[in-house]
Design a protein. Structure first.
Ligand code: SF4
Ligand code: SF4
Length: 174
């Protein structure tokens, strides 16, 4: 079935927000499952783009090693000249889910949305929040499906502690 896209690509292609990080240990650096990382390695990407933990134990969740670009850091799969992801069809579930996120607050798992994504911001500013809510309903069903729960179970560390600036939408029970 596959996860549906929420943000129209024309918004992302002119946005300067995703795939860039303020430091090398940012919690926003995407999590890959071992399977997603292995698929990219099989396509010729070097093992060195992934962090040390994965190099030592391929069964763990893995993050990419970001690289410095100008005065910030970028994902090694990001092409800053074209402003796009080089591995777009193979990008991890963590990236495919965004601007929605899974966060844990007081032991409860929530689906949230990052209102700082310009597309989400636009929907709220133009009284189209229903669009976010309807997609949240779709995501709740997707996450409850065998495919969706498998995505979450193979990416346990993508569930972040509640960072405070995320709008919580739904409680999730897997
Ligand atoms: S912040 Fe939103 S609009 Fe910008 S690149 Fe990310 S998903 Fe696309
Ligand atoms: S994998 Fe692609 S979409 Fe995800 S952070 Fe890297 S460049 Fe961006």
């Amino acid at each position: 079935m596959g996860l549906r896209e929420f943000v129209p690509s024309e918004w992302c292609l002119r946005c300067q927000r995703c795939c860039r990080f303020s430091n090398q240990v940012s919690p926003w650096i995407p999590v890959f499952s071992a399977k997603e990382a292995e698929e990219l390695i099989a396509r010729g990407y070097p093992l060195a783009v992934f962090n040390k933990a994965f190099n030592e134990d391929p069964s763990v969740d893995v993050r990419v090693k970001v690289k410095q670009y100008r005065d910030y850091y970028i994902c090694p799969f990001f092409d800053p000249e074209k402003n796009c992801c080089e591995v777009y069809p193979l990008r991890p579930f963590d990236c495919r889910l965004y601007p929605f996120l899974l966060v844990r607050r007081d032991g409860v798992l929530y689906l949230g949305v990052d209102k700082e994504c310009p597309f989400v911001e636009h929907l709220f500013e133009t009284e189209q929040e229903w669009h976010v809510q309807r997609f949240a309903d779709y995501l709740v069903d997707y996450l409850a499906s065998p495919e969706g729960s498998d995505e979450v179970n193979t990416h346990p560390s993508m569930i972040a502690p509640y960072p405070g600036n995320i709008m919580l939408l739904r409680e999730i029970r897997l």
